[in-house]
Design a protein around this ligand. Structure first.
Ligand code: SAM
Ligand code: SF4
Length: 358
């Protein structure tokens, strides 16, 4: 059914969720996202038994330099896009990156977006390193909730995965987010075979101890060196099986059709497990998301090969809200039916997760 005035695609999906990357920069070098060093990328090179396995792309990609400031949307431009999108039914905004808390004055941006009456859910995804310094201001500015990435509870493994010796700092951030009630506090852990899958039980126990939501995410082919292989992916079914052998999991109903995770409660309290399985259990049919990159491109799918420039519209002399509205509607109309990760001809997009915004 068509809904006039909404952002609707040709597959009858209505867009309500906009994820905004406010910077392409990051202070981490997560091996599954931005492994800048040879050493990091080599962790994923195939063993001799894996060499016949299809890969998304075998050519090593050049490392991405950060974009110059002039190519990055300024906050006024971002707010303009949010205003127009909110008039078209978008009511959920996530600020992400790169590492969003590397950018100056994020609290100002949060306050501006929070003041748009129709935005009912304003969240932020962060690696947690700069969070302690900014958390109170973010809360006061109107941030509703936070998702913090944490792939390991072992100091050495955390450093190996992220390139940063900062486990204690990130744990402090998680506890601070709880105490400030930036809730529900969600934790993202990308699970990679041979790297941190042995920590699934400890990460689940962490959810119980801290009474938070732990989300296990399948490794997606969006890493900078394009060395993702199917054998690195620990499937949702396997994660679930491993958890069931240790804990009593009670299935939870999803809050929305568009929810990306399958959820279970752990025990009587607030602890929860979510599994996000874009590789083995794609959820494209209910996808209600679009993404805005830091340099002003709309991506209608994480795995898109096409992106749609809004920056040139915003910076054009004859800019008007009507032009932006029409452009957004046209872009969304062409949203892909689904991703092609599981097709033999799948080709990984140029951009890494850090350049798209997760
Ligand atoms: N820097 C922030 C952080 O790490 O939380 C925000 C941006 S990061 C791109 C957003 C989320 O994407 C993180 O939780 C990260 O773990 C996830 N991510 C990055 N690369 C991924 C990949 N190849 N597969 C699955 N998740 C990935
Ligand atoms: Fe940076 Fe986040 Fe990518 Fe890690 S996952 S490299 S913290 S953008």
């Amino acid at each position: 059914m068509s809904r006039p005035g909404a952002l609707q695609d040709t597959h009858n999906r209505i867009i309500g969720d906009l994820r905004i990357s406010i910077t392409d920069r990051c202070n981490f070098k997560c091996v599954y996202c931005l492994p800048e060093t040879e050493e990091a990328a080599k962790r994923f090179l195939p063993t001799s038994t894996e060499t016949t396995e299809p890969v998304s792309q075998t050519v090593k990609k050049p490392l991405y330099p950060w974009k110059p400031r002039s190519q990055i949307l300024n906050y006024e431009e971002i707010i303009q896009i949010v205003r127009v999108a909110s008039q078209l039914g978008v009511n959920k905004i996530r600020i992400t990156g790169g590492e969003p808390l590397l950018r100056q004055n994020v609290d100002w941006l949060i306050a501006q977006i929070a003041s748009i009456r129709t935005i009912r859910d304003l969240s932020l995804t962060t690696n947690g390193t700069n969070f302690k310094r900014l958390a109170k201001r973010l809360k006061l500015s109107g941030l509703d909730r936070v998702t913090i990435s944490l792939d390991s509870l072992d100091r050495a493994n955390f450093k190996k995965i992220t390139g940063y010796d900062g486990l204690a700092n990130v744990l402090d951030s998680i506890r601070l987010a709880k105490s400030l009630d930036l809730s529900p506090v969600k934790i993202n852990a990308v699970i990679i075979r041979g790297l941190n899958d042995q920590e699934i039980p400890q990460l689940a126990q962490f959810a119980i101890d801290e009474q938070i939501i732990m989300r296990f995410i399948e490794f997606m082919p969006l890493d900078s060196q394009h060395v993702w292989r199917r054998s690195h992916v620990v499937s949702a079914a396997e994660i679930e099986k491993r958890l069931h052998s240790l804990h009593h999991l009670t299935p939870l109903n999803s809050n929305h059709l568009s929810e990306t995770s399958t959820r279970w409660s752990l025990g009587q309290g607030k602890a929860e497990i979510g599994i996000i399985a874009p590789v083995t259990q794609p959820f494209c049919g209910n996808c209600n998301r679009i993404r805005l990159t830091a340099d002003g491109k709309i991506r209608t799918c994480l795995f898109s090969h096409n992106e749609h420039d809004l920056k040139s519209i915003l910076r054009h002399n004859s800019y008007s809200n009507e032009t932006l509205t029409d452009r957004l509607k046209q872009i969304v109309l062409r949203k892909e039916k689904g991703h092609r990760i599981n097709q033999p001809d799948y080709v990984q997009p140029e951009r890494t997760m850090s350049l798209i915004g997760g």
